[in-house]
Design a protein around this ligand. Structure first.
Ligand SMILES: C[S@@+](CC[C@H](N)C(=O)[O-])C[C@H]1O[C@@H](n2cnc3c(N)ncnc32)[C@H](O)[C@@H]1O
Length: 322
């Protein structure tokens, strides 16, 4: 495969005013580095190409950088070589990014804080890559995807806390297919962090994965050969305001589910139906949802009245809006 030069795109943003980082617009949203460079340890399972950090630093020009899951040290080696003050933390040396404050460990807010967590349980770190036993704080030993998503949300908020206003925080993460289930960690992270701060989603081609050497006789779906670099830009909003905005977004998604249920049954009913027909069809389509909400009929009426997705042509009769 031909070498594609490293390129990243931050949605064309150029930072203004007192922003500590100069976003110079050299990079684009798809990157590929067949050669990982000399930084870090190529034998460290799940290590990252130093070129990712090299290009990120070149692009963002941070003066200070922190990596709360530094692994074999790739990111910090690149940073130091480029004259950037850098801190590398990791569970293997006693720092737990879920429970310990990055800000307190580093002692100051940084321009850029990027993590590279385990991709769920794809590679187990404590007890395998380092240490003799599994560590309870190890993200690669979560007992479920939900536990991983919740803990990673805390890690990202921790990173945000350690980032200067207008600086960037982010993560490098891949997707995982196991026993027929596809988990998109990046989609969960984007959904769980403030949408107003999402700054860039970069897709990186993966090279030299252990799974490349395996053959999956029954695999009918495309082999995963990419990962993501997600970047958020910290706005000045106080954390409580931010959490309030995030809760509002989650609530909108929940009511969005009701809208989808009602929309789906309206489709099944030919796009036009009276209230009794809608109640009947919803009760067949979503029995669990109804068990959670004793006022489900009122909820349906509220949904019908609260969005431009539906309109009433005559009393009690509803249509999907064109
Ligand atoms: C994918 S590796 C990082 C590889 C690194 N970028 C490199 O190039 O060597 C993930 C790292 O996350 C660390 N880790 C797992 N859970 C952690 C936690 N709760 N806090 C801090 N580090 C953690 C693991 O010890 C492992 O070193």
């Amino acid at each position: 495969m031909a070498f594609v030069p490293s390129i990243i795109n931050p949605l064309g943003q150029r930072l203004q005013g007192s922003c500590p980082i100069n976003w110079s617009n050299k990079m684009q949203s798809v990157i590929s580095y067949p050669d990982r460079g000399h930084w870090g340890d190529p034998k460290w399972r799940g290590n990252c190409s130093g070129r990712v950090y090299q290009d990120l630093f070149d692009q963002l020009q941070p003066k200070t950088f922190a990596d709360p899951m530094v692994g074999s040290g790739t990111s910090v080696e690149v940073a130091k070589e480029m004259g950037i003050q850098a801190w590398g933390l990791d569970l293997h040396s006693g720092f737990n990014a879920i429970a310990d404050s990055i800000l307190l460990a580093v002692g100051q807010q940084v321009d850029l804080c990027v993590s590279h967590p385990p991709y769920g349980s794809m590679i187990k770190y404590s007890g395998s890559v380092w240490g003799s036993e599994p560590h309870p704080g190890d993200l690669s030993h979560c007992s479920s995807n939900e536990e991983f998503h919740e803990k990673m949300q805390l890690v990202l908020l921790n990173q945000r806390d350690a980032t200067k206003p207008q600086g960037f925080y982010g993560t490098i993460i891949g997707d995982y297919r196991k026993a027929g289930t596809y988990t998109s960690y990046q989609a969960e992270m984007i959904a769980r962090m403030p949408s107003s701060e999402l700054a860039a989603v970069i897709i990186k081609q993966q090279h030299n994965c252990v799974s490349d050497a395996r053959s999956y006789a029954k695999l009918t779906l495309p082999r995963i050969q990419h990962e993501y670099i997600l970047l958020w830009q910290k706005k000045s909003a106080p954390i409580l305001m931010l959490l309030g905005a995030m809760a509002k977004e989650q609530y909108a998604r929940l009511t969005g589910t009701w809208k989808s249920i009602v929309g789906l049954v309206m489709q099944r009913l030919g796009g036009k139906a009276n209230l009794d027909q809608i109640y009947h069809e919803v009760s067949r389509a979503a029995p669990n949802k109804l068990a959670e909400n004793p006022n489900w009929k009122a909820k349906i009426r509220q949904v019908l009245n609260s969005t431009s997705l539906f309109r009433s042509s005559e009393r009690g009769v509803w249509m999907l809006a064109a």
